[in-house]
Design a protein around this ligand. Structure first.
Ligand code: SF4
Ligand code: FES
Length: 376
């Protein structure tokens, strides 16, 4: 008998819903960097609130039983957790494919050796810019570029499968060919060229980060050229800044469709920014099982499927393709999470959004607003 069948009958049932493919385990919000587009919430969880080793292990077991295939250890900086190698080993033993999403900064080299020894399958290393001074300035950390170079060398020595994460904005958008060359030099299997998404701290710094339309168009051509040049050697994933796109991205592959996100203190979210949506209540894994939350949780069911949609999404032929875009962006820009994402050219707010993006992209460069981590 499946988990779905054994759950209470009073809650809304979705018996045909597949389990999540991935679990994003945000082990901690602690981090040495202060990236001006940080996607973590404006209000961070404190160390004293973090789930314990035993709680994460129980969660990993629940995820494996539910049918999750991949676990992404994330943060903050996940390698700041003293139990990180223990958690990687536990996830491997539970049969999960283990990924680490790291800045490469703030932990001792021995930690990387330990997670490799524990069987880590894959690592994603963020790089803020090719130019070292820009990298350090964007990261808000002197020496970040040098530290990342050292960590990349250690990753190669340990034989870990590597993805380079390049977050793109107006200060580094001209470096795309160099990012691809760096990924090749580091022997990466993949590079993710992702333009900043404007939620959380990214929204605070949007005017400082927004590239021009011309820069974005050039970047798209450069990505295509790089793909042709590196075919069979390097996978290049690219995420556009959707303010300039015709249609929005299918954020999270659909709400509550593929991924679960668990915050350091145990709140289970359908996406990392879901807490920006007013009125949603989130279950905590300390009080309910992952299975219960995935199938019955109110937040996970809030925007599943297409019944919740308003016009123009409701009668749009693309509604099963992009699911109306991003709920968090709709909340941030339209004040209504059920509205059509204003990044969509069919949204009544789209023209205003494009005009705003163009004005911000043309504005004078000014210093980033960095987040502080005092007390976290
Ligand atoms: Fe997607 Fe809605 Fe735009 Fe149609 S109207 S393309 S479903 S966001
Ligand atoms: Fe939350 Fe897109 S970031 S739905």
């Amino acid at each position: 008998m499946s988990d779905v069948e054994t759950l209470p009958q009073a809650a809304p049932a979705r018996p045909t819903l597949p389990p999540p493919m991935g679990l994003l385990a945000e082990l901690t919000h602690r981090c040495s960097l202060r990236c001006p587009y940080c996607s973590n919430p404006l209000e961070l969880d404190r160390r004293s609130q973090e789930l314990s080793t035993a709680e994460w292990k129980r969660l990993i077991d629940e995820a494996a039983a539910l049918g999750v295939l991949h676990i992404y250890f994330s943060g903050g900086e996940p390698m700041l957790r003293r139990d990180i190698a223990e958690l990687v080993a536990h996830a491997r033993d539970a049969g999960l494919y283990t990924n680490m999403i790291t800045s490469g900064v703030g932990f001792q080299p021995a930690v990387l050796d330990a997670v490799a020894e524990a069987g880590l399958d894959h690592i994603q290393l963020s790089v803020q810019a090719i130019d070292a001074r820009t990298c350090d300035r964007v990261a808000g950390y002197e020496g970040a570029a040098e530290r990342k170079r050292i960590v990349a060398a250690a990753i190669a020595r340990l034989g870990l499968r590597l993805t380079v994460n390049a977050v793109i904005h107006r200060e580094n958008v001209h470096e795309i060919p160099a990012f691809v060359e760096l990924a090749e030099a580091w022997d990466a299997a993949r590079i993710e060229i992702a333009h900043v998404q404007y939620y959380g701290w990214g929204l605070v710094n949007r005017a400082r980060l927004m590239p021009t339309r011309q820069q974005v168009e050039t970047a798209m051509v450069q990505v295509d050229e790089a793909r042709s040049r590196t075919v069979g050697r390097l996978v290049i994933d690219s995420v556009l800044p959707d303010y300039y796109a015709r249609y929005p991205k299918a954020c999270m592959g659909g709400w509550g469709a593929r991924l679960m996100n668990v915050t350091p203190s145990g709140r289970a979210l359908p996406c990392h920014a879901a807490e920006t949506i007013a009125g949603l209540a989130f279950d905590n894994v300390r009080e309910a099982s992952l299975s219960e939350i995935w199938y019955r949780g109110a937040a996970f069911n809030a925007f599943r499927g297409t019944d919740w949609m308003k016009e123009p999404c409701r009668s749009c032929a693309r509604k099963e393709q992009d699911f109306g875009g991003c709920r968090c962006q709709a909340m941030a820009l339209a004040g209504d999470a059920a509205a059509t994402d204003p990044a969509c050219s069919l949204s009544p707010l789209h023209e205003k959004l494009v005009a705003l993006a163009e004005a911000e992209a043309a504005s004078e460069r000014s210093d980033f607003i960095y987040r502080g981590y005092q007390g976290v």
